[in-house]
Design a protein around this ligand. Structure first.
Ligand code: 3EB
Length: 400
């Protein structure tokens, strides 16, 4: 019973067509893909990148009609797809089967979908808006983390079980006012809010039998978005038997851990792991955090989108490699770079798109990818890439 990742874009010839046409074209492709390859598959989560963020209401209404009570969590991201489309969609689906242990999908509410299979429960949650855009960046961020917490707590799942977060932040590098620092930057205030919110959370305690002797954090993406929006989503998991589950945050030996970055980047460092392995005995998934052209803690290749992309992919390659997994105590759970099953490529400037795309198409040609236009948290970073890899002795990836 496989997990499926699908990246869908409306075809080029529909670029000038209105939203309804592009939306229907996307939906038709998803239906065709599922019915040809895995008819029992159910959609768990859709991440919808929008050129016009206000289109999210029309999209949500459209999918309410398509799915009825089986509506998956839809995360609307205010980032334009790279080639002028009104939307691009990344889908996570699960083959459900009918055997003795069929996967079970529970559509708890529009911002929470739960998937249970093979002894693991997955909780996909979304916080689409802050309570009030007039609040400070810090307060908006804390409130959104608290709302996500409530969503998980409604299922008795503590935030300790969150393994992956996505933080989309409008005007990410723009100035804002902070009680602590006076004039600062929106991203830095998000980091301060995250640090405060995470302070008493002992990540993964109770989730797996393994105790952590040092601070550990979920994998994450922190990335720009249009306007002054803030969107967050998160994935939590639970194991039927904590003895059988395995969660290992991964660091990159060539990079300073983000949580150890110096204060020049952010007075409170960004609390995230470079990647995270979620594994059972035989198979695993690596969630690769947003990754950029950084070694140690410095940005490399200023104004050089080609080499920034190469270094970013080198960083991902190192993270997911057999050698790194072995160094983290999980030999047999690594894979080569093109073992990624999906990738998102966030491009800062549209004029760098073709340069960045050429590198990605050369190095990860068979990986389903979505390119969007988004600002990166450091003004000198021109590209950020995240992804997922399917690993472990029992890994079997089919590319369709
Ligand atoms: C970096 O390596 C680039 O704040 O959650 C990447 C992934 C980045 C996640 C976050 C930020 C975040 O520092 C930026």
């Amino acid at each position: 019973m496989a997990h499926m990742l699908i990246a869908v874009l409306p075809p080029k010839e529909l670029l000038e067509e209105p939203l309804a046409v592009q939306l229907q074209a996307v939906e038709d492709q998803v239906r065709a893909c599922i019915s040809q390859n895995a008819p029992s598959a159910k959609v768990i989560q859709q991440t919808v990148f929008l050129k016009n963020y206000e289109d999210r209401h029309v999209c949500q209404e459209f999918w309410r009609n398509v799915y009825g009570p089986a509506l998956p969590v839809n995360v609307y991201v205010p980032q334009a797809p790279s080639d002028g489309q009104l939307l691009a969609v990344e889908i996570i689906a699960q083959e459900c089967g009918t055997g003795s242990d069929p996967a079970q999908v529970i559509h708890e509410k529009e911002d929470l979908t739960i998937l249970k299979h093979s002894g693991v429960t997955w909780y996909y949650a979304c916080q689409q808006e802050p309570a009030d855009y007039s609040w400070s960046m810090y307060s908006q961020s804390v409130e959104m983390f608290q709302e996500l917490d409530k969503t998980f707590l409604s299922q008795k799942i503590p935030f300790e079980n969150v393994i992956r977060t996505w933080l989309y932040l409008g005007n990410i590098t723009e100035p804002t006012y902070s009680e602590l620092e006076g004039e600062t930057q929106r991203y830095k205030e998000l980091n301060r809010a995250r640090t405060d919110f995470f302070r008493d959370i002992r990540f993964f305690d109770g989730l797996t039998a393994k105790p952590w002797t040092h601070a550990v954090y979920p994998a994450s993406t922190g990335i720009g978005a249009d306007g002054d929006t803030v969107v967050m989503s998160a994935l939590a998991v639970k194991f039927d038997d904590p003895e059988k589950g395995c969660v290992i945050p991964l660091e990159n030996p060539h990079q300073t851990s983000a949580f150890d970055y110096g204060e020049q980047y952010s007075i409170k460092s960004p609390k995230f792991a470079r990647a995270l392995l979620l594994a059972s005995e035989e198979s695993g998934i690596i969630f690769v955090s947003g990754t950029a052209s950084i070694t140690d803690q410095e940005t490399r290749y200023l104004d050089d989108p080609l080499n920034q992309t190469e270094l970013t992919l080198d960083n991902i390659e190192i993270l997911i490699a057999e050698e790194n997994l072995k160094a983290h105590g999980k030999p047999g759970f690594g894979c080569p770079l093109d073992g990624l099953v999906s990738a998102r490529v966030y491009v800062k400037r549209p004029e760098h798109l073709e340069t960045i795309r050429a590198v990605c198409e050369r190095r990860i040609p068979n990986v389903p990818k979505i390119y969007t236009i988004a600002d990166v948290c450091r003004p000198d970073l021109l590209v950020e890439i995240e992804g997922m890899a399917d690993v472990g002795p029992a890994s079997r990836v089919e590319r369709i």
